[in-house]
Design a binder for this molecule. Structure first.
Ligand code: ARG
Length: 281
């Protein structure tokens, strides 16, 4: 590959995370979860703390929401809401095991002083299925978030919401199959999408980094980028090399315990996108 790529610059972000104090796998709502397999909660906490410290060491602000006993998946903060330009769309999670998480996150945003907070009418799993890419939102459906929720998001955020259909149950959330690297740059695994959605992605992002099945299988696409640094699971070495070739700085991290719940770096990180200055709203 040629070394033709823009100079990468990091910008400071604000994230919301939830310590996995009560993390375990005692139900199965995605193919990665196996309640028969032991989970080391203390190790999960340690690995999560490394991610938390890493975000901070890169200059980002990390807010914390208090974990609630009985909600083991609450550590996957990305599913708690979607925030674009200071507007918060609450999550409405599909499975009853996780249903109480949506209101808990919504309350956190209200307590933190966010003014525009919308309780969702349709099932949506927050940033698990909504990924902000510059002035548009990429939106997953097929397993969790309903198509009607995409229209709801578009009406709240006032930017185009691009619906993408997921077809492989291993990649049940958009953030397991696609990561936004910069406003107009993404990486994704085509096999996770319907042929028509693949066509849409090719059209919108002709220069995207294409991940292969092995990259996706290591959860490499569940990554968080600040425009320069891309934090991703450390097993995703081939994907890390592809990122480096494009001028990004990949940083691998081990979140093996949280992978047992079907999540990794991005799932644990909700981005709070504040109102852009000069915004007419
Ligand atoms: N066990 C959780 C579920 O299946 C994992 C959620 C992972 N989060 C994410 N943003 N992909 O709902």
């Amino acid at each position: 590959m040629s070394a033709q790529h823009p100079t990468r610059t990091a910008s400071a972000r604000r994230y919301l995370m939830c310590r996995p104090t009560y993390f375990t796998v005692d139900y199965r709502i995605n193919p990665w979860m196996d309640p028969a397999k032991p989970v080391d909660t203390a190790l999960a906490v340690l690995q999560w703390e490394r991610l938390h410290a890493l975000h901070q060491s890169l200059g980002h602000t990390v807010e914390l929401i208090e974990p609630i006993p009985g909600l083991p998946d609450m550590v996957y903060a990305a599913n708690g809401a979607t925030v674009h330009d200071g507007r918060v769309l609450g999550a409405r999670l599909r499975h009853r095991e996780r249903a109480a998480e949506g209101p808990a996150y919504e309350q956190w945003f209200r307590n933190a002083g966010h003014i525009v907070v919308k309780t969702a009418e349709h099932t949506n799993e927050g940033e698990g299925d909504y990924l902000v890419a510059g002035d548009r939102v990429l939106a997953g459906t097929g397993f969790r978030t309903e198509p009607a929720a995409h229209a709801e998001a578009q009406e709240l955020f006032g930017v185009p919401v691009i619906s993408l259909t997921l077809i492989d149950p291993r990649f049940y959330h958009l953030d397991t199959a696609l990561a936004v690297l910069d406003d107009d740059e993404i990486m994704y695994y085509p096999g996770a999408f319907s042929p028509e959605s693949r066509q849409v992605l090719r059209e919108l992002f002709p220069d995207a980094i294409i991940a292969d099945e092995a990259d996706a299988w290591t959860f490499g696409l569940n990554a968080v980028s600040d425009g320069l640094h891309v934090i991703l699971p450390q097993a995703a070495t081939t994907l890390a090399a592809k990122l480096a070739a494009r001028g990004f700085e990949p940083i691998g991290i081990d979140l093996s315990e949280l992978l047992k719940g079907g999540g990794s770096v991005k799932c644990c990180t909700l981005e709070i996108r504040h109102r852009s200055s000069g915004s007419p709203r």
